[in-house]
Design a binder for this molecule. Sequence first.
Ligand SMILES: NC(=O)c1ccc[n+]([C@@H]2O[C@H](COP(=O)([O-])OP(=O)(O)OC[C@H]3O[C@@H](n4cnc5c(N)ncnc54)[C@H](O)[C@@H]3O)[C@@H](O)[C@H]2O)c1
Ligand SMILES: NC(=O)c1ccc[n+]([C@@H]2O[C@H](COP(=O)([O-])OP(=O)(O)OC[C@H]3O[C@@H](n4cnc5c(N)ncnc54)[C@H](O)[C@@H]3O)[C@@H](O)[C@H]2O)c1
Lengths: 202, 202
Amino acid sequence: KTPQKTVERLIQYRRIVQQMRDAGQEKVFSHQIARVSGASPAQIRRDLMGVGYSGSPAHGYIIHDLLQGIYEFLGLTEKKGACIVGLGSLGRAILGYFHEQNPVLKIKAAFDTDPAKTGIVFHGTLCHPASDMASVIRDKEITVAILTVPVEQAQQAAQQLVYAGIRGILNYAPVVLDIRPDIFVENRDMIQAVEKVAYFSK
Amino acid sequence: KTPQKTVERLIQYRRIVQQMRDAGQEKVFSHQIARVSGASPAQIRRDLMGVGYSGSPAHGYIIHDLLQGIYEFLGLTEKKGACIVGLGSLGRAILGYFHEQNPVLKIKAAFDTDPAKTGIVFHGTLCHPASDMASVIRDKEITVAILTVPVEQAQQAAQQLVYAGIRGILNYAPVVLDIRPDIFVENRDMIQAVEKVAYFSK
Ligand SMILES: NC(=O)c1ccc[n+]([C@@H]2O[C@H](COP(=O)([O-])OP(=O)(O)OC[C@H]3O[C@@H](n4cnc5c(N)ncnc54)[C@H](O)[C@@H]3O)[C@@H](O)[C@H]2O)c1
Ligand SMILES: NC(=O)c1ccc[n+]([C@@H]2O[C@H](COP(=O)([O-])OP(=O)(O)OC[C@H]3O[C@@H](n4cnc5c(N)ncnc54)[C@H](O)[C@@H]3O)[C@@H](O)[C@H]2O)c1
């Protein structure tokens, strides 16, 4: 059972190493990843050994093999999809970002209760009525949801997502969701992020 | 020198305990914070002891004193301010959120290069031309910046913020900033957050 912090670091390394590959690089050393990541070279080597990769001190890691290994470990595949629930200011900003970055894990559907938004394509993603959640989530093999509805709607929307078959929620609404413990919930809050930066800014 | 993870947890506890106080609660036990936070009661007690608070097993913590202690430790004060640079889709969503939540640490100014946006008040915050950055940051005692400009502008905007006297940056642009090491930079990426949720959603 890999700790959350290790998974977060591996996700970050994958992005860093992918950018190096896109720049034409074929090999990478842990100190090069460290310079960008903030993790120590030793921590990076430990994490990569945990997914079965030990580079050589002289030659580092072969980027192609390393990337493949991290991808497989993370289970990152185009087959899995995400959806976004609540296509307001934050929801649309997130859709635009995913559209611009074109990541492996794509947002395959959006849901909203506003009839002015349903049936419209935003940044390449169709907005469905929230009432269609279960069928769309099943048809498109969506496993995770990004929740960006108003705070007073969040608990109900989360419940609806769970009934529809979602297995994980990235929650931006400023409320603690009361959800079955086998559903993975990650809460994100930009106010808390700013407070952290303020603490370390002296 | 408090570790980043400890500071993040204290910031989260503060929010949780504040909500209990707003609901009229006067005392709190570590297991109550644990239920909401996800951290273990033992971890919570260790963290709170680190800021000088040991509750009593019978009576828990006095919320008023605990909150005051965490506030002081975090250095959370209305005197410090944040600014936001780049008032596009994401920037405006963040401004709206801060306006709605009214946190202790407020966004005191926004900056943009688009003349159609400067001089306008968005969600209670005035948008200044980016050229006014140094004077506004100094006048309003702004110490941290939220960076939400297009990726190709991020390095230059970050440099400009550092010259203007900013001490910390919360960066949403998908690029690694090349900044003096004494400036605290926190990178946030929603794609990586979704990948993390996908990994743990089985
Ligand atoms: N965590 C953070 O850092 C952060 C940052 C910004 C916003 N937020 C939060 O994100 C949420 C969205 O913010 P916003 O500014 O985009 O709000 P918004 O009001 O602009 O948008 C909300 C959208 O959700 C839709 N909606 C309402 N109920 C729904 C339901 N039951 N199912 C599906 N869609 C529904 C609305 O029609 C609307 O399109 C809010 O809870 C806000 O507090 C969090
Ligand atoms: N990390 C994440 O999870 C995440 C999510 C959404 C967007 N983003 C990123 O955030 C950034 C903003 O996204 P968006 O969709 O709001 O973009 P946008 O194009 O809608 O807005 C960008 C804004 O920045 C302004 N700007 C450009 N150059 C500037 C400069 N030098 N100084 C000040 N302002 C300047 C523009 O005038 C515009 O108002 C992008 O880099 C995007 O990739 C990241």
